[in-house]
Write a protein that binds this ligand. Structure first.
Ligand SMILES: C[S@@+](CC[C@H](N)C(=O)[O-])C[C@H]1O[C@@H](n2cnc3c(N)ncnc32)[C@H](O)[C@@H]1O
Length: 435
């Protein structure tokens, strides 16, 4: 098939049989294109209602969060309670993350993982519309066929909606084992997914469009159950939801052409209901009898919840910063020193430095900019200036770059951080504040 050779999924179609890498690339390309194109709101609402979402559900979330890509409504049956930690695997535009966030309230946490950077950007924009921020609500780019960036034994409930079928075979078992690892003992998974009614014929299995369309990667109930049991889950329950998979094609919107990325899953040229069906799957990680301490966040690295900085702050030596501090003609319009360490301030800090918490720095950027936009050199530091310092400095420089030439401010990073500063100037009172 060569109707659109510029589309990676169509190129992939010519390289049969489908390898793990081909599947992942084709799925990523298709859903990233979908995230960029957006969904027709009427079409997306019709699909969502066909798979169990109510008007109330849809009116409680940003419209763009529902992309018409779901095959169930896991939050509807997950019994999510206030204060729980919830993880959504393959979170797309964030539909289930936002519904879960309203259940867990401000003391809980909901994390959405997706491999598509475009989906993650879209979901973060949607979160901003709801004023939802990390660590309470976080969207993190992550490939579900690899180790999840989540703390072990930290999550109460794992959701996933029409995603597991999209993983290649080795990715499916890896994901279920990882789901087991990150769940607290006694925690549960609630997955909406598409299952194969029987062994799929090769022409369906090897059809990339049908893979992207959540059919070719569907496995049979007994295979799914084996994977869950092999991963350690108990109390496994499968419920056929009776949703009509033709709901995705029952719309006169979008195009039937093979290259259309405006509608996914793509219309397929066989009766999908004959071969596949949507199911809801429940399973439990058994209690261990050992009390588990609640972690402050289930996210392994707090900064994964934010975009990677594109810029690097310019290096500045401790000697040059000391000269600025000692020059009494210099004011805040010339320089400012910013301490972004967490709370490890024992031993002192650069005299006159401002304290800004790194973990909320990205969300505070507008306020930080207002404070320092007229400061020529904004010098960041942390312990050794290898982590938080360059990260916050990079975010600030990105923010400045996005503002264009409205400011003369530039981000710098203090070489060696406070460790080198104290080793050089620890005994010089005009340079070090011991408080
Ligand atoms: C059919 S969509 C469902 C999105 C969302 N759960 C919903 O109901 O709207 C599948 C999502 O899973 C993501 N996905 C597919 N394979 C993945 C993988 N291997 N790792 C991470 N995300 C993946 C896609 O990028 C896409 O956003």
């Amino acid at each position: 098939m060569s109707c659109c050779p510029t589309q990676p999924q169509c190129e992939a179609q010519e390289r049969l049989p489908l390898s793990d890498a081909v599947i992942t690339e084709a799925v990523n390309n298709a859903y990233s294109a979908k995230a960029k194109a957006g969904a027709d709101p009427t079409y997306a609402a019709n699909v969502a209602k066909a798979f169990g979402y109510t008007e109330d559900d849809l009116s409680a979330i940003p419209r763009e969060a529902n992309m018409g890509l779901s095959c169930g409504n896991p939050v509807g049956t997950a019994h999510i309670k206030e204060g729980e930690y919830v993880l959504d695997l393959g979170s797309g535009g964030g539909i289930d993350v936002f519904l879960a966030a309203s259940k867990v309230g401000p003391t809980g946490q909901v994390i959405g993982l997706d491999m598509s950077s475009e989906m993650i950007s879209l979901a973060r924009r949607n979160a901003a519309k709801q004023n939802l921020k990390p660590p309470h609500v976080a969207f993190v780019q992550a490939s579900l066929d690899k180790a999840l960036p989540i703390e072990p034994d930290s999550v109460d409930c794992i959701l996933s909606n029409c995603v597991v079928n999209l993983l290649h075979p080795a990715g499916k078992i890896n994901l279920l084992k990882e789901a087991y690892r990150v769940l607290k003992p006694g925690g549960r998974i609630v997955l909406d997914d598409i299952l194969a009614r029987a062994t799929l014929p090769d022409e369906i299995k090897q059809d990339v469009d049908a893979y992207i369309g959540c059919i070719s990667g569907a496995i049979e109930l007994h295979e799914y159950k084996e994977l869950l049991l092999e991963s350690g889950f108990t109390d496994v329950l499968f419920v056929e939801t009776k949703g009509d998979l033709n709901a995705y094609s029952q719309s006169d919107l979008g195009s039937n052409s093979c290259c259309s990325t405006t509608r996914l899953p793509k219309p397929l040229n066989f009766d999908v209901n004959k071969w596949a069906a949507p199911y809801q799957i429940y399973a439990v990680k058994p209690e261990s009898g050992v009390p588990i301490e609640r972690v402050p966040s289930a996210l392994f690295r707090w900064w994964d919840a934010y975009p990677t900085a594109k810029s690097s702050p310019l290096p500045i030596t401790p000697g040059d910063v000391a000269a600025l501090l000692r020059d009494k003609t210099k004011t805040k319009s010339d320089y400012a020193v910013i301490d972004v360490r967490r709370n490890d301030h024992g031993g002192g800090h650069v005299r006159g430095s401002y304290q800004w918490a790194a973990q909320t720095f990205y969300d505070d950027l507008p306020a930080f900019y207002e404070n320092f936009k007229d400061t020529k050199k904004v010098v960041f530091y942390c312990s050794s200036s290898a982590g938080r310092g360059p990260r916050c400095g990079g975010w600030y420089q990105d923010y400045l770059d996005a503002k264009g030439d409205q400011t003369n401010s530039t981000a710098y990073i203090l070489e060696g951080g406070v460790k080198v500063w104290l080793s050089k100037f620890g005994d010089q009172e005009d340079l070090v504040d011991k408080d």
